[in-house]
Design a protein around this ligand. Structure first.
Ligand code: PNW
Length: 514
């Protein structure tokens, strides 16, 4: 019942005193537990065996100062050479699935199907076969930020032809792996691809054409997703029965207080940050949210444009997009407090279009990454928001995680994971159809322009060692326990000096994780 679950949530968060919720909530047997990674963040081997250049290779080679610790993805966690160890770690934790991405320029260096790089494909053949040998379900992301540079030279996601290029890439990959891979994610976080890569210069390719290139990119990336979905539906689904979804960043936003202007600003922000990507696929009318269309159109005309900077979706495009997903891949990390802003933002820009300011509650525990604060009730609220607005879609949590410094003693990650899993169980009790949870990340990796200083791994990577030695953190042991028991209890690893496979370890008890 909704009411008991809300009280339970409040009591878990310590907001209702003297009320203890003793119910044991269990993840169903069919629930899928996994961990995730992305090609550029872990693979390394950036120019080996015929791999083509990606926009991230170019971006960090040309702007080395962007990454404070001076690292890049040239070698990263070197999974290209250590995939067997990676799968061994997955076995140690007992996960059901591994979410990883395929590097488009590794398998198609020119970006086009005229060049198929067999050696590049061999790496994914090996990885997938190794996973299947140990009954770990591969969950493949087609695109996790690393476009072939040659396609960027043609405008990348700002060029509507990118939709067709991506469809060709999807066909090549589906042809090769549809018989082995049942879970597909077309795109990871269109908002990051477009707002940060095209509307800003924090991510590759750093086009930074605010309020214009970002919106064009969003339309094209969503259509590329839909085309890949329809391709699978048409030519592979009946034979292989796989599932195709898209991963969207769904963080939560609360108004900073009950002032009407802030409540309204928050509702608008939710449409800009969530509705923008979910409405075209999951709403009954299949379009960008009305309030987003209205605001951007009005601003654009005022700024001297002849029409809205937000591209329209034609009837045909809406039809293509509507219901173009078997599941929603939800990436959830944190919650923002929203306030109407009257400060000047660059004009035009996405920030100026929304006109809000963000903050976070100082009582929320913070991770190593400045933007990441723990407020577990946020995932519950986000899931209920999705149910109410999109009629209970099937969801897989495709990312949730926490960053720390180096070190194996990661109590803060363990706490965050448990808190969010408990809130997740409550949302499921209230009707959310969540089929799986994917912890971000399997191991420390290149956190994009933040380098290797913000560590998201359940396994630590010793980046100074020859073989990029991986060691289980506390969180990996706790995760294994949760997967085994299907409940979130108070268990802690009994022997801190023994690692997940029984090897002796030197674990410092001194907590320097944040
Ligand atoms: C995701 N936020 O990005 C990406 O998909 C991963 O590749 C990345 O390593 C991971 O999360 C950790 O950052 C996000 O501001 C970046 O809420 C920022 C946010 C969320 C996700």
């Amino acid at each position: 019942m909704a009411w008991t679950a809300i009280i339970a949530a409040l009591s878990i968060l310590g907001l209702v005193e003297g009320w203890t919720d003793t119910k044991i909530r269990r993840f169903p047997d069919s629930f899928m537990f996994g961990v995730g990674s992305a090609a550029y963040q872990v693979e390394g081997a950036w120019n080996l065996d015929g791999k083509g250049e990606s926009i991230w290779d170019r971006f960090l080679h040309e702007n080395p100062d962007l990454v404070p610790d001076g690292t890049n993805g040239d070698v990263a966690s070197d999974s290209y050479h250590h995939y067997k160890r990676d799968v061994e770690m997955l076995r140690e934790m007992g996960v059901d699935h591994y979410r990883f991405s395929i590097s488009w320029p590794r398998v198609m260096p020119s970006g086009f199907p005229n060049q198929i790089n067999e050696q590049g494909f061999q790496y994914y053949d090996n990885l997938i076969n190794e996973l299947l040998t140990y009954k770990i379900e591969p969950m493949v992301t087609l695109y996790h930020f690393d476009l072939p540079q040659r396609l960027q030279d043609l405008g990348g996601w700002a060029n509507p032809l990118s939709i067709g290029w991506c469809e060709d890439y999807a066909r090549v990959v589906f042809d090769r792996y549809a018989s082995k891979v049942k879970y597909w994610i077309t795109m990871n976080q269109p908002n990051s691809i477009c707002l940060e890569g095209y509307g800003d210069s924090i991510m590759a390719p750093g086009v930074d054409m605010k309020g214009i290139a970002d919106y064009i990119c969003i339309k094209n990336v969503l259509l590329a997703h839909a085309k890949a979905y329809r391709l699978y539906e048409r030519e592979y689904k009946s034979k292989y029965n796989g599932f195709v979804g898209i991963s969207v960043s769904v963080n939560w936003a609360n108004p900073i207080n009950n002032k009407t202007e802030n409540v309204q600003a928050t509702e608008e922000y939710r449409e800009f940050s969530i509705g923008m990507y979910l409405n075209p696929i999951w709403s009954p009318y299949g379009d960008f949210p009305q309030v987003v269309k209205d605001i951007v159109a009005k601003k654009s005309l005022k700024q001297g444009f002849f029409k809205s900077r937000l591209p329209t979706l034609s009837a045909e495009e809406k039809k293509l997009l509507k219901k173009s997903a078997d599941f929603l891949g939800m990436n959830h990390y944190t919650t923002m407090l929203v306030k109407r802003s009257f400060q000047q933002y660059p004009s035009p820009s996405y920030q100026d279009d929304i006109g809000v300011e963000f903050s976070q509650d100082t009582n929320w525990r913070g991770a190593k990454s400045s933007w990441l604060k723990s407020y577990a009730f946020g995932i519950y609220k986000a899931l209920l928001h999705i149910n109410q607005n999109y009629d209970y879609p099937l969801i897989i949590i495709t990312e949730h995680g926490w960053s720390t410094n180096a070190g194996l003693w990661d109590q803060s990650r363990v706490q965050c994971m448990k808190d969010y899993m408990r809130a997740l169980l409550l949302a499921m009790e209230d009707g959310s159809r969540v089929a799986g949870y994917t912890a971000w990340s399997l191991m420390d990796n290149l956190e994009w322009a933040s380098g290797i200083s913000e560590r998201f791994g359940l396994y630590e990577v010793d980046f100074d060692s020859e073989d990029k030695k991986r060691t289980a953190r506390e969180s990996a042991l706790v995760y294994r326990h949760i997967i085994e028991e299907r409940v979130v209890d108070d268990w802690t690893p009994p022997r801190l000096d023994i690692d997940i496979s029984g090897r002796r370890l030197k674990r410092s008890k001194k907590n320097t994780e944040l």
